[in-house]
Design a protein around this ligand. Structure first.
Ligand code: ADP
Ligand code: 5GP
Length: 258
């Protein structure tokens, strides 16, 4: 799938212009111990720095079996990293109790989903269990262009489509970081799905049947975070994101553009 236009935007880091007056950077010997006087404004202006770094936002992809704890982890990390923009997906599955249209998902009818797909509004889409899911271009590209990191919670089929798009676009390749969330054991997923209490037995059976197959794709990802202890897993995911956001590959041009 074509995923054009993921370019760089301007991430402005504002530095107050620093005016150094001659001699102000070093105190004369005689002045030591005396009360400090502000440097004379009439001094010679040595340098005025203006620094603007152009940077793309990262594209973080998080996948893992249903019930492994992706939403829980992502919510934790987002609380600590409010700069992360979460991409709200479209789905044809009905909302679970407590889910709100436009917060967890955009809940669409089959026809609405089909129409958006036909118009090319999705950068990736997949049929998962009995429903359809898709990531809107609108949720992702403009934010990345303006330097905002974007986070996708999508399945393995979607992650493959993002990898394929990145293989054809060097800028996207530089921005994509993929993390697999794994359970500490296979039994854990069933316990968590049942504990969540939001899915029918039929849906749980479908989700459990897919767990091994999904985890077998772990080499598609750059990192694996095991969600055993929630605090530890959230800290690990956060450190992946924080380190990734500092990659030189995201910088367009030089560090300082005067
Ligand atoms: P996913 O988004 O991957 O489908 P959820 O985030 O909805 O999974 O988590 C499934 C259930 O597991 C929820 O009830 C959640 O509270 C619980 N859970 C998530 N992470 C942990 C953890 N580390 N330890 C115990 N329970 C967890
Ligand atoms: P759930 O129905 O439990 O919210 O999500 C089921 C699965 O759909 C999860 O693995 C989740 O990551 C995946 N998913 C959610 N949104 C998207 C999307 O936009 N695209 C793809 N490919 N998968 C998605």
């Amino acid at each position: 799938m074509e995923f054009p236009g993921v370019g760089t935007g301007v991430c402005r880091r504002k530095f107050r212009p620093r005016i150094l007056t001659a001699g102000a950077w070093r105190k004369p010997e005689a002045a030591r111990g005396r009360r400090r006087r502000p440097p004379a404004l009439s001094g010679v202006v040595i340098t005025v720095f203006k620094k603007i770094m152009k940077k793309s936002g990262s594209l973080f992809v998080v996948s893992g079996p249903s019930g492994v704890g992706k939403s829980t982890l992502v919510e934790r990390v987002r609380r600590r990293m409010p700069e992360l923009a979460f991409s709200i997906s479209c789905t044809t599955r009905p909302p679970r109790g407590g889910e709100i249209n436009g917060r967890e998902y955009y809940f669409l009818s089959q026809e609405e989903f089909e129409e958006r797909s036909r118009r090319g509004e999705f950068i990736e889409e997949a049929r998962i269990f009995t429903n359809r899911y898709g990531t809107l271009r609108e949720e992702v590209v403009r934010r990345m262009d303006s330097g905002v990191p974007v986070l996708l919670d999508i399945d393995v089929q979607g992650a493959r489509q993002i990898r394929a798009a990145a293989a054809a676009d060097a800028r996207l390749a530089a921005a994509v970081v993929m993390v697999m969330i794994a359970p500490p054991s296979l039994d854990t997923v069933e316990r968590r799905l049942r504990g969540r209490g939001t899915d029918s037995d039929g849906q749980i059976a479908l989700r459990l049947a897919a767990v091994r197959g999904e985890l077998a794709n772990f080499r598609l990802y750059d990192y694996v975070v095991v969600n055993d202890d929630l605090d530890t897993a959230a800290a690990e995911l956060e450190s992946v994101f924080r380190a990734a956001a500092l990659r030189t590959a995201l910088i367009d041009g030089g560090l300082f553009n005067d």
